[in-house]
Design a protein. Structure first.
Lengths: 104, 1019
């Protein structure tokens, strides 16, 4: 039962109060240039995800709290969170000694 | 009956008394076992009371139905599983060692028929050499796929645990959610030392112990703390802790599971020991959900059995269990005992037995030359000792139920055996050393490390804030235990409080003095006498009937990984999760594979440590509280007027309203025809309603819907479709423009929350710069559809500002005003195909409006109708329903809804995906069509497959399926909608539909069955 802190409303609560939205920072190609989205780009956007053993940037929704989406950086091996940050914040760097991270 | 199993006891319980200190000899209570009544004493466990009554046989084993007796002392008990209680309070598979006896307790043994001492299934034992590991996999596999299904019935009946209760549980359960600084698991010398030091820092401490009292094994281990007997010191410290405001002591509380971020589930058995408490209103169990900053695991160790022939006979018990039975309950299992050990610790059992006058026929020690203090004490007491030896076999009578003696002999070389000697006895104490109880350490992925010198698994590196102390950490000397636990308690409590660690004076740490013990010597298998005898009576896992021979066979058959061997042989499964068997099995596998134990692998323990009741997991969330039922403003009216409900999400919607004497079918047909010929009203308050407001609202909705919303004029309505970004349709509904920057969206009843969340997701993460607010308003509004040729006549009678004329209120427009003095929004939209108005009013006015419409409609024969009539009406019109015509694979184009998908917009969710090669319209897609069965009376089942042939063997290609299917009273025949491959080009074709043993046929037709031109709804 992960313990999660929402960076928007600052509540710290059990993971059952939140909803995980999968990998963060996936770019939607059609949002920038809808007329020129290749088949490959659309496929990768829809279906290709990182599944790292180590640091993972992911989306979470504060579903039983403020209702806002936010980002988290979580080590999939130790299940420890290393950062929570807002949608418009710039992503914090990966911690030292972790070369397996995904993210942007 | 009390002799020889119950010792003569003093008049009253006395903690300083050596024997029977937990029981009150003056307070006899009665209980029944397998229908016979017995007497026990207050303070007994069911196990000790059974032993006191001379009952050795308590169950039959899982596979071979061998007679089994009590082996252990507590959670590790693999044999003594009973079914407790009767009727709706029936609980199977309870370990009798952990059941506190109360007056009137009813227990039954399991897995036997017709009776425990004579059991037909025991014949399996005679054929045990034909029931090797993997027996079921190898034998019951043919003919064809039906083989297993045929055999399964018989196998399930002969192998199994207790029966499940058949009636609802009448008891109450609850959850507690707490946090603490330090959770101490276990209350032996280690747990109490740690708790004492942690509490001294001011930290909030919880101490949980699965037993009814604190102290762990302090009452049967030697040594002193602060110059007092262990138990005396523990009792005193527990008294101090009980007074401390920052300490919570929880007896009868099993820490069942340890989860991520120091989350712990604990099961407190509040009233199992005293059913009167339930009558007084107490919950039976309480589930504690604990978030601890620090956890100290002081869960002790479990004694290891030894593996020899017939080591499962009733009357063979772990040495620690025999010792604790003497000290706590004043009971002994027999008159003449043999101790079989590989360590010094178990000698205390022999010494204690001799103290109370039970004779020791032999101490058999596998070690060649033990010389520790306990050994010398036994020597001095004149006990017959035998070193470098083992128990080779057990001689019994009464079909294995009574021990006559054991065959003992010297061990030599690689496990060979000398000639054996028969030693007469009627019980055997065994001890193969101690396994640290590392279960909770391993629950969140901790990998135990193998200590090769001592042949035990100890906790390895620790994740999270968990510290392991005492025997659970492989620390067995009392001085070291107390020192380690005290230090850990202080250090982690300070860490939890955010304080710096300090160096404490030695005088603060309790001074302990243990009994010096020599090392033990592990032995994984004692061979039976006789050349090349297979160890197929050498039980490793008692609960699952896995023998040493089974493990050897698995290795011969090529299994190498311990995880595979476990699954193949069922080792370590079921309710005890291998507490007594896992380490012995690893040792045997290591021998068989010629690898070291760490190479063979470790074993992973999973939660729960002991079983947790379903009631405790559910807590208060059962019956009416399992899930809230949402109510609309007219739910009460519906309930009083004969609504026949169906569940829709969290709502219960009337399926139909049968009148007296009507069944569902008659009621539905009447309701449909009322709407077609007169007028009907349906409660649509459950429809999702979402207001979208802001300067960019139109722009945002253009991105979310397939069609253009921003061009919609005020007071106009438009049907819209929503796709996910894969181009798959997931919701539809009518959008109303309420104002220049304000829209009202309707969603299907089950999708309201999901759609609001969907809009938020895109708004927050993809287009956060858009100025838009999304507000769900579903429950703010009551909403009713009034439809039928007389709908206008009915509504015209209501006093108000709405103008009903066809010229002023055309289709797909909205009016906002008042009816009967209350605010209303009226939309001219139709899902029935008839002239129809949907009227929304603030929820608290809903019932008044509903009543007024029914009253006004009486002269026109208005009928309230339910969801099934709604579906028949919409299917007759060929309107799709989300969840029927959509299943997460369907695009709007598949459903012929291309007119609602914009070709002008540069982007919207799902647009690019609709252009992918396999998503564009074409003969490869399944498309919406109608179906007329050739026999108009046959209504096809929904989900039924569509074929091009009536020959179903070999299976032909499945070309689609029926998505909606109803009896149409309007057409007086069956109708169906279907999704058929290339269906839009196959109108007129005959297709075949297998239904049970029949194959029906039908013709593909246009999906609009009624009023194709829409004259009725637009009239």
């Amino acid at each position: 039962m992960l313990l999660i802190t929402c960076p928007v409303c600052n509540v710290t609560a059990d993971e059952t109060e939140f909803h995980c939205g999968g990998e963060a920072h996936i770019k939607r190609p059609a949002s920038s240039d809808p007329a020129n989205v290749s088949e490959r780009a659309q496929y990768e956007y829809l279906y290709v995800r990182n599944n790292p053993r180590g640091m993972h940037r992911e989306m979470w929704l504060c579903s039983r709290g403020c209702g806002k989406w936010f980002y988290a950086m979580r080590d999939t091996l130790t299940l420890q969170f290393h950062a929570f940050y807002g949608i418009t914040d710039s992503p914090p760097p990966l911690p030292d000694g972790n070369g397996t991270g995904s993210g942007s | 009956m009390t002799k020889p199993f119950r010792l003569a006891l003093g008049a009253a319980p006395d903690d300083s008394a050596r024997t029977g200190r937990r029981i009150d000899p003056t307070s006899a209570i009665s209980f029944s076992f397998d229908g016979r009544n017995y007497k026990g004493l207050a303070g007994d466990t069911l196990a000790s009371a059974l032993v006191a009554n001379g009952i050795r046989l308590v169950g039959r084993s899982f596979k071979y139905h061998r007679p089994r007796g009590i082996l252990g002392l507590g959670a590790e008990e693999p044999n003594g599983l009973v079914t407790l209680g009767t009727g709706d309070r029936l609980e199977p598979n309870v370990r009798c060692t952990q059941v506190e006896l109360y007056d009137g307790l009813v227990a039954r043994s399991q897995n036997r028929w017709p009776g425990l001492s004579f059991d037909i299934g025991a014949i399996n034992n005679k054929f045990s050499r034909f029931l090797p590991s993997g027996f079921y996999y190898k034998t019951f596999k043919g003919p064809g796929r039906s083989g297993w299904m045929f055999y399964e019935n018989f196998i399930r009946r002969s192998a199994g645990l207790g029966p499940a209760p058949t009636r609802p549980d009448p008891d109450g359960y609850e959850h507690f959610n707490v946090s603490c600084d330090v959770l101490v698991v276990g209350s032996g010398a280690a747990g109490i030392s740690a708790a004492r030091a942690a509490a001294a820092t001011g930290a909030r401490v919880i101490v949980a112990d699965e037993n009814a009292y604190f102290g762990g094994l302090a009452d049967c281990m030697g040594g002193t703390i602060e110059d007092r007997a262990q138990l005396e010191w523990v009792n005193q410290e527990v008294g101090v802790l009980a007074q401390a405001e920052n300490v919570h002591l929880l007896p009868r509380t099993t820490v069942a599971g340890h989860y991520d971020h120091n989350f712990v589930l604990m099961l407190e058995r509040v009233a199992d020991h005293d059913p009167a408490l339930v009558e007084e209103g107490a919950p039976r169990h309480r589930l504690w959900r604990v978030r601890a900053k620090e956890i100290i695991l002081a869960s002790g160790a479990l004694e290891r059995p030894l593996t020899f022939a017939n080591n499962d006979r009733p009357g063979i018990m772990l040495a620690s269990a025999i010792r604790a039975n003497i000290h706590r309950y004043g009971v002994v299992p027999g008159e003449v005992g043999v101790l079989f050990t590989n360590n010094d610790n178990a000698y205390q059992t022999a010494l204690d037995l001799q103290d109370i006058g039970v004779s020791i026929a032999r101490i058999v020690d596998v070690r060649a030359d033990p010389s520790g203090l306990p050994v010398n004490l036994a020597k001095a007491a004149g006990m017959p000792l035998m070193f470098g030896s083992g128990v080779q076999d057990v001689v019994t009578e009464k079909r294995g139920q009574q021990i006559k003696g054991v065959k003992v002999g010297g061990l030599f070389g690689a496990g060979g055996v000398h000639a054996s000697e028969l030693v007469a006895c009627d019980f055997v104490a065994v001890s193969g050393g101690w396994n640290p109880a590392v279960h909770l350490y391993s629950h969140i992925g901790g990998k135990p490390a193998f200590d090769a010198e001592r042949q035990i698994f100890v906790p390895g590196p620790v994740q999270d804030h968990l510290s392991v102390v005492g025997a659970a950490n492989g620390t067995f000397g009392l001085e070291e235990i107390v020192h380690e636990a005290d230090q850990a308690g202080d250090v982690v409590a300070r860490r939890a409080l955010g304080k710096r660690p300090i160096r404490r004076p030695a005088s603060k740490i309790p001074f302990a003095k243990g009994v010096a013990e020599d090392d033990w010597e592990s032995i994984w298998l004692v061979p039976a006498p006789g050349a090349k005898k297979r160890p197929n009576k050498h039980f490793v896992d008692f609960q699952n009937d896995v023998t040493a021979a089974d493990l050897q066979l698995a290795v011969q058959e090529g299994y190498r990984s311990v995880e595979h061997v476990k699954r193949y042989t069922t080792l370590g499964m079921a309710t005890d999760q291998g507490k007594t068997s896992n380490i012995n099995a690893l040792g045997l596998l290591s021998d068989a594979l010629g690898k070291t134990i760490p190479e063979v692998g470790t074993t992973t323990f999973r939660p729960p440590y002991t079983p947790v009741s379903f009631g405790a997991i559910a807590g208060l969330r059962s019956r009416n509280l399992f899930q809230p039922v949402r109510q609309t403003p007219v739910s009460n009216w519906q309930a009083k007027n004969g609504a026949d409900y169906e569940p829709v999400g969290q709502w219960r919607r009337p399926f139909c309203y049968p009148l007296a004497g009507e069944d569902r079918e008659v009621a539905i047909n009447r309701e449909v025809l009322a709407v077609r010929h007169r007028a009907g009203i349906i409660d649509l308050s459950t429809l999702g309603k979402i207001e979208v407001k802001g300067a960019d609202a139109g722009k945002f909705l253009d991105l979310m819907y397939t069609n253009i919303i921003s061009t919609l004029k005020e007071n106009r309505c438009r049907y819209g479709l929503m796709m996910d970004d894969q181009g798959l349709l997931f919701d539809d509904g009518v959008i109303v423009r309420l104002g220049i920057d304000r829209f009202l969206l309707h969603t299907t009843s089950g999708n309201a929350d999901r759609t609001a969340g969907w809009l938020e997701l895109w708004l927050q993460t993809e287009w956060p710069d858009l100025k838009v607010f999304v507000t769900p308003v579903t429950e703010q509004w009551a909403q009713f559809a009034v439809g039928g040729p007389h709908a206008r006549d009915v509504l015209k009678k209501l006093r108000g500002t709405i103008k009903w004329g066809a010229d002023v209120f055309p289709p797909l427009t909205a009016q906002f005003g008042k009816l009967l003095g209350a605010e209303v929004r009226v939309y001219r939209i139709s899902y029935s195909g008839e002239l129809s108005f949907e009227i929304a009013t603030p929820a608290n006015n809903g019932r008044a409006l509903w009543d007024a419409i029914l009253e006004a409609g009486e002269e026109y024969g208005i009928a309230p109708y339910g969801t099934e009539a709604l579906h028949v009406l919409r299917a007759e019109k060929g309107f799709i329903a989300i969840g029927d015509e959509t299943d997460g694979t369907v695009t709007p184009l598949d459903l012929g809804l291309g007119w609602a998908v914009s070709k002008k917009k540069a982007d919207f969710v799902g647009k690019r995906s609709l252009e992918r090669s396999f998503m564009v319209p074409g003969p490869h897609r399944k498309q919406l069509v109608g179906v007329f069965t050739h026999d108009p009376a046959e209504v096809l089942p929904i989900g039924c497959q569509a074929l091009d042939t009536d020959q179903i063997q070999p299976p032909p290609p499945m070309l689609g399926h029926i998505s909606s299917s109803y009896w149409s009273p309007t057409l007086d025949r069956s109708i169906a909608l279907a999704l058929i491959k290339n269906g839009q080009n196959r109108i007129g074709d005959t297709m075949y539909f297998p239904v049970g043993n029949k194959v029906l046929s039908g013709t593909l037709v246009d999906p609009i069955f009624y009023d194709r031109e829409g004259l009725r709804q637009n009239g």
